[in-house]
Design a protein around this ligand. Structure first.
Ligand SMILES: Cc1cc2nc3c(=O)[nH]c(=O)nc-3n(C[C@H](O)[C@H](O)[C@H](O)COP(=O)(O)O)c2cc1C
Length: 187
């Protein structure tokens, strides 16, 4: 596996950690997982898993206080960073250039190294501060990919909704996949 095919999957304390779990499942040992303290709480509430169980199958798993870990350095050649789900707090820190934990540092590294950075915010309604932060980052080339599944594929299960969003993440990572639905025009 080339180092560029490795993806940092950074999980912050927003609802919707299932999107990250599914992405980790698909990426397997191409994923290096980081969880914030609040993500650990949400993981417990939404899945009943520990962070270790949550990151099963990934190449590595770090807590966000480990600023000595590989994703903290631009010399570690990760191809992309996905923050999924991305809380308003983590979004604001990234937009302000604050790199005070391994998630925000990995995002700052991706930006300074001109690597792909994908944020998957989950909040509704979205306040003006978060909207401004998203616009600022979008103008800097960051992909803002809200956890906002479409319904045109007539989803039957929660897993279908999760796969819709994860499929869009994989598309933006340039990774071939066969999950989710693609619109091919009206019947
Ligand atoms: C169960 C639970 C659900 C949460 N859902 C969201 C959410 O959907 N979006 C969000 O921005 N914050 C959410 N929060 C609040 C964040 O966890 C909080 O703002 C925290 O500061 C995020 O820190 P982090 O980005 O370092 O993980 C939630 C918190 C809990 C405990």
């Amino acid at each position: 596996m080339s180092s560029e095919s490795r993806v940092v999957v950074a999980v912050s304390g927003a609802s919707g950690v299932e999107y990250a779990r599914r992405l980790i499942e698909i990426l397997g040992d191409r994923a290096d997982v980081i969880t914030t303290k609040d993500a650990a709480t949400v993981i417990e509430i939404e899945t009943g898993l520990t962070t270790e169980e949550f990151a099963a199958g990934a190449r590595s798993a770090y807590s966000d206080d480990n600023l000595a870990a590989a994703p903290a350095s631009g010399s570690a050649r990760f191809g992309a960073v996905v923050v999924v789900p991305c809380s308003g707090t983590t979004l604001a820190k990234i937009a302000a250039g604050i790199a005070d934990n391994l998630v925000t540092r990995a995002a700052a590294v991706a930006m300074k190294e001109n690597r792909k950075l994908i944020l998957v915010p989950r909040e509704t309604p979205v306040g003006a501060i978060a909207l401004e932060n998203m616009l600022k980052l979008a103008r800097l080339g960051v992909i803002i990919l809200p956890a906002s599944p479409g319904f045109y594929g007539q989803p039957k299960r929660i897993a279908d909704l999760v796969d819709f969003v994860v499929a869009r993440i994989l598309d933006h990572l340039g990774i071939e996949h066969s999950i989710g639905v693609r619109w091919s025009g009206p019947e």
